[in-house]
Ligand binder design. Structure first.
Ligand code: 13P
Length: 255
């Protein structure tokens, strides 16, 4: 049985004071609960220390949305995985579609970043997923397989514990459009089969594959009921205490 994860990607929202309020609300909502899975919040860098004061480890883990591919030195504006660990993070998102799109990040960079995350003893959440044009052209499966094949076999020390996967169909991110449970299950199965080919069946069986793309309290239970969906990476709905808690509640119910 895989443990579910419900992760909130706050993106470019929530400064320190709003972030503390949100994290504390989530933490309070879960007080006294022993979750069957893991909750994670990923604030902007500057909000991480404030959130660390209220949520750092069970039941709410703290993560970053990005990190440098470098460890230290003359890299202006960069933040290393080691510094994130020192600030209280246990997880780092890598390869989010918004970084692929706006920062033009590439497979080589993703491999380097994941290696740094692992060297710091943190867990990487590796995001992948097809664009609308790619789906419309009938290429969704090939795109996803290529994104996985371009990175996973090159990561030096990946285990199912230190590498979580997140399928995020770009056409469903922030659009209100959600993959149907059938599409989500199909793409998660395609992804898991690809991982079997790349890293072996034991890794693939144990790997957690999260779904991301307009996941909310009203559709979370249906999505999370799919056998290859192991939780969610949530954008917009992770910014409201009751919505994020509602999604965790759905996970507790069906997983
Ligand atoms: P939304 O939930 O806002 O669609 O965002 C999903 C996402 O990008 C999470 O990383």
């Amino acid at each position: 049985m895989r443990r579910y994860m419900v992760a909130g990607n706050w993106k470019l929202n929530m400064g320190p004071s709003a972030g503390v309020e949100l994290a504390a609300g989530i933490q309070n909502g879960l007080a006294g609960c022993t979750l069957k899975g893991d909750a994670l919040v990923c604030p902007p860098y500057v909000t991480i220390p404030a959130v660390a004061a209220v949520a750092q480890g069970q039941p709410v883990y703290l993560g970053a949305q990005n990190c440098s591919d470098q460890d230290q030195g003359a890299y202006t504006g960069q933040v290393s995985a080691g510094l994130l660990k020192e600030a209280g993070c246990s997880h780092v998102l890598v390869a989010h579609s918004e970084r692929r799109q706006y920062q033009k990040e590439t497979d080589d960079l993703f491999v380097a970043k994941i290696d740094r995350v692992h060297a710091a003893g943190l867990v990487a959440v590796f995001c992948f997923g097809e664009l609308l044009e790619e789906r419309q052209a009938g290429n969704a499966e090939d795109v996803v397989k290529a994104q996985l094949a371009g990175v996973l076999p090159r990561v030096a020390s990946a285990t199912p514990e230190n590498l979580i996967l997140a399928y995020e169909p770009v056409w469903a991110i922030g659009t209100g459009e959600t993959a149907t449970p059938e599409i989500a299950q199909h793409m998660h199965k395609v992804s898991r089969d690809a991982v079997t080919g790349l890293l072996g069946p034991d890794f693939a069986d144990a790997a957690r594959i999260l779904y991301g793309g307009s996941c909310k309290p009203s559709n979370a239970a249906e999505l999370f009921s799919q056998p290859d969906v192991d939780g969610g990476l949530i954008g917009g709905a992770s910014l409201k205490i009751e919505d994020f808690l509602g999604i965790i509640e759905a996970a507790e119910k069906v997983m």
